[in-house]
Design a protein around this ligand. Sequence first.
Ligand SMILES: [Zn+2]
Length: 93
Amino acid sequence: MSHDPTGKRALFTSQTGQDQAADGKAALFSHADQPPGPVLIDCQRCGATTHVGAGDALRRVLGLSLWVPGKPYSRRLRCPACHRRAWVRLTLG
Ligand SMILES: [Zn+2]
């Protein structure tokens, strides 16, 4: 009767190699995953939170610029969700 530890050891080595390959793919996917927009617009009228690009947010702020500092929803501009002028809160995501 003879044991065969070599076969088991080879099996473990093979599994370790596969785990390392899976980790590499996971890191690649997480790196490619990007948020839809860097700026969040919270609308007080409809309650929606919309992701927009920095350029889009800047155009909205410059187009209809009514800004009241000190309020939680300090910007009045066109909401991208309900398409109406509303008090919104801009947050950098
Ligand atoms: Zn809205």
